[in-house]
Ligand binder design. Structure first.
Ligand SMILES: *Cc1c(COP(=O)(O)O)cnc(C)c1O
Length: 794
């Protein structure tokens, strides 16, 4: 292989500034510096990338393919610098040119190609796959517009399109030679044994590759994103006749496929364009995977030995019928063999048990877009029914195609994302399929990459840890346990506390500069950041804050623990209830923050436009992590892990991975409240459960009364009537029933925080005992239990 000598980072920056961007240092703008540094770092990533590819071919190793409609990757420059251990060199090089490292890094736009947890998980997995040296590709869609940008007008959420490609993007390589035609519609031609699908419409998928480098640059994998293009981009005939709109129409039509990310992650809307996107991603990925496999191995019967395809949720579930179609219709294998090979290759991760989020497609729409696939779904379903005569549920009920059932039947393993969620899968949505295939469901509890979520975002804490136990923890996070003996030492605990304090001061200053928000870093920083959803219960949090405000007003001198409550999160544009909660929090913040009696003790702020970069600022400065979903609803959560790792104890329910976090950090270092998943199911059957809870708790009753009376919306007193009606009525997510215990847990937090040393020890124990929540551990679990793939690191 060609080996070029590596220039110093400084020389590489100057060379790219000059020859890649045509600027000299005097005339370069911030973006030029950011691009030049990015290219200098990227060059080194490419070296690691080529070596990894070469090794994968050489060894003939099994490859992993992670198919996901979302990759919430955020910024990549710092990731590359940190993983290549170039932080000091980059800082020094930039300062030679009088440029500030952090200013250059924050010029990069966030790549927000995902909604929340599911997309961020995919991004953490890519990084861990590279760190552990597993040969892998991520496949996704190169959305022109990622998740919308959020701002507030009079406290209300306003959405604007996100334009991450509006500024120059350093990380992708366009691959014009890698293009596939993807068809839709048309008809199926059946002639005896041979069946052929003739699509009525075709678009082209073009590949864009982003290298993803692992820790210390030992390995790099590829994220390959597909972009839609027209096959015949321009209608010259129409143009020549002066019809310019019609001339450009084919291009516009094809581009809509990869134009926008659907901004709703919890309700399934059954939109035609969404199904097109799902097939577009899946079909392009499968063509690419089979081309690579054919070049290297050939014999399709060996596919399951050399290829593992993971479906991130049901979004790419069409992979089952599509693979069967290719193997059977196009390559001539018998249907049963095609099924066997497809199932040996595919596995599926379930992310939700909520019925409104489980994908299903009306058969009319499905059959119109994918006529051959609808036939194959029926054939798959019939074959499954024949093999399992006791089966009662079909994947083809009510004129629908049920994607969860299809995914389950077409996968050799199906996994949940936390222990509790996996258990609930077995007893609820997949109970029958679990009875028929008892070995298929496995658990792989989620994790987060410690490179981004500790080493990069919290350098002060990372430094203290490395000073204390060496740097082995960075890619072996369970070594954090070695911190435990230090926690006894009061000098060390002071250092730990000072790290947290300096992070809080930094966040305070930033919020002051950015939002004109004045906060006191001595307060308890209580943070809830995540998508807005009723099941995540941001309304429980704000109602408790309102009740607490009342309590302080009644008795201002009772020695309250000062608290800053921070919220951030986006609501899906059509989710009106969630948008009301955002507005309520903003409205309540105005009133409460301006109350001179209480504002030493309680302050509230909702920061706009939650994304990965904002999370990276907030997590290191948190004292308390709010994980308060209705038990049984949050599949895992990963925000909860970021906070625990960075030394913020949790106030939370027994939901998702909270259960395992509490097991690891110890119940005495976790503020538990609320009903269990089982109790939740029972409580729902109690008549008037909300009314009963309100009648039993005067604090809750008076907080709801204030909201109803318009105390926070004097210009429009009934603004929140709908919200209060819901809480006093159906209250499906049991805000009222869990309120009293949540209140109790929060007062325990107040008391515990007043003991600074005790609190610092609790925080440090959260860090020391969170090593298990590394996504390296999760990925090793998938490799061993599901993919049967090996690391290629020496
Ligand atoms: C980690 C993360 C999430 C997931 O948070 P949860 O609290 O687990 O829902 C969502 N969005 C962003 C930007 C994140 O970084």
């Amino acid at each position: 292989m060609l080996q070029l000598s590596t220039p110093s980072l400084r020389d590489a920056i100057l060379r790219h500034l000059t020859y890649s961007f045509g600027k000299d240092p005097e005339h370069a703008i911030l973006e030029d510096w950011r691009m030049a540094l990015s290219y200098a770092v990227r060059d080194r990533i490419v070296d690691a990338w080529f070596k990894a590819t070469e090794k994968t071919y050489e060894t003939g190793a099994k490859r992993v393919y992670y198919l996901s409609m979302e990759f919430l990757i955020g910024r990549l420059l710092e990731d590359g610098i940190v993983n290549l251990e170039l932080v000091e060199e980059a800082k020094a090089a930039l300062s030679e040119f009088d440029k500030d490292y952090h200013e250059v890094l924050s010029d990069e736009p966030d790549a927000a190609l995902g909604n929340g947890g599911l997309g961020r998980l995919a991004a953490c997995f890519l990084e861990s796959l590279s760190t552990v040296g597993c040969p892998a590709h991520g496949y996704g869609i190169r959305y022109e517009h990622g998740l919308f940008r959020q701002s507030f007008v009079d406290g209300r959420q306003v959405e604007q399109p996100e334009t991450w490609l509006g500024q120059r993007h350093a990380w992708e390589f366009e691959r014009p030679e890698v293009r596939y035609r993807i068809g839709f519609g048309g008809h199926v031609d059946m002639r005896g044994e041979t069946v052929r699908w003739y699509p009525g419409e075709e678009v082209e998928a073009e590949a864009f590759d982003t290298p993803v480098v692992g820790f210390r640059g030992r390995w790099a994998n590829t994220l390959r994103l597909w972009s839609g293009r027209a096959i015949h981009p321009f209608d010259l005939d129409a143009f020549n006749h002066g019809d310019y709109a019609r001339a450009a129409a084919p291009e516009a039509l094809a581009r809509t496929i990869s134009r926008v990310l659907y901004p709703d992650d919890t309700t399934e809307q059954g939109k035609e364009l969404r199904l097109k996107q799902e097939y577009f991603l899946t079909a392009a990925a499968l063509r690419d995977i089979l081309r690579r496999f054919n070049n290297q191995f050939g014999d399709l019967r060996k596919l399951p030995d050399k290829v593992a395809i993971q479906l991130n949720d049901t979004h790419p579930a069409i992979a089952g019928p599509e693979l069967v179609r290719i193997l059977h219709d196009e390559r001539g294998l018998p249907f049963e063999d095609a099924m066997e090979i497809a199932r040996g290759t595919l596995s599926y991760t379930n992310h939700t048990l909520m019925p409104e989020a489980l994908e299903s497609w009306g058969e009319d729409l499905f059959g119109r877009l994918l006529p051959r696939h609808l036939q194959l779904v029926d054939q798959i379903d019939n074959a499954h029914a024949t093999q399992n005569p006791s089966r009662t549920q079909s994947m083809r009920a009510d004129h629908q195609v049920k994607m969860g059932q299809l995914s389950f039947v077409m996968a050799h393993h199906v996994n949940g994302v936390s222990a509790l969620h996996t258990d609930l899968m077995k007893t609820t949505v997949f109970s029958e399929l679990h009875r028929l295939h008892p070995d298929r469901i496995v658990n792989e509890t989620n994790g987060v990459t410690p490179r981004r979520w500790l080493l990069a975002c919290n350098p002060a804490l990372a430094g203290l840890i490395t000073d204390s136990i060496g740097d082995g923890w960075i890619d072996d996070l369970e070594q954090l346990q070695k911190l435990e003996p230090f926690i006894e030492d009061s000098g060390w605990i002071d250092r730990y506390w000072n790290v947290k304090k300096s992070n809080k001061i930094e966040l305070s200053n930033w919020m002051g500069q950015t939002y004109g928000l004045h906060t006191d870093p001595e307060m308890l920083f209580d943070i809830q950041i995540k998508r807005m959803h009723e099941y995540k219960r941001q309304h429980l949090n704000i109602i408790e804050a309102i009740a607490h405000w009342q309590e302080i007003r009644e008795n201002p001198d009772a020695g309250w623990t000062p608290r800053l409550k921070l919220f951030a999160g986006k609501a899906a544009p059509g989710y009106f209830f969630a948008k009301d909660i955002i507005r309520l929090i903003n409205d309540a913040a105005v009133v409460i923050n301006n109350d001179p009696v209480t504002n030493k003790y309680l302050k509230i702020a909702f920061l706009p436009n939650y994304n990965v970069s904002l999370a990276e600022r907030l997590v290191p400065a948190a004292d308390l992590s709010e994980q308060i979903s209705t038990a049984g609803k949050e599949a895992s959560g990963t925000g909860n892990m970021k906070f625990a790792l960075n030394g913020a104890p949790t106030v939370g329910t027994l939901d998702g991975a909270n259960v395992e976090i509490r097991d690891h950090v110890g119940p005495e270092n976790f503020f538990l409240f609320g009903m269990t998943a089982e109790e939740v199911m029972e409580r729902r059957t109690v008549e008037n459960h909300a009314r009963r809870a309100i009648d039993a708790d005067p604090r809750l009753a008076s907080a709801l009364k204030l909201i109803r009376e318009g105390r926070f919306s004097p210009s429009e007193p009934d603004r929140y009537a709908g919200v209060v009606d819901n809480l006093e009525g159906p209250d499906f997510f049991l805000v009222c029933s869990d309120f009293t215990d949540y209140w109790r847990a929060q007062r325990e937090v107040d008391t515990a925080f007043a003991d600074r040393t005790g609190w610092a020890r609790m925080a440090a124990l959260n860090t020391a005992r969170s090593g298990w929540f590394s996504s390296d551990r999760t990925i090793r679990g998938y490799m061993a239990d599901i993919w049967k793939a090996q690391s290629l690191l020496p």
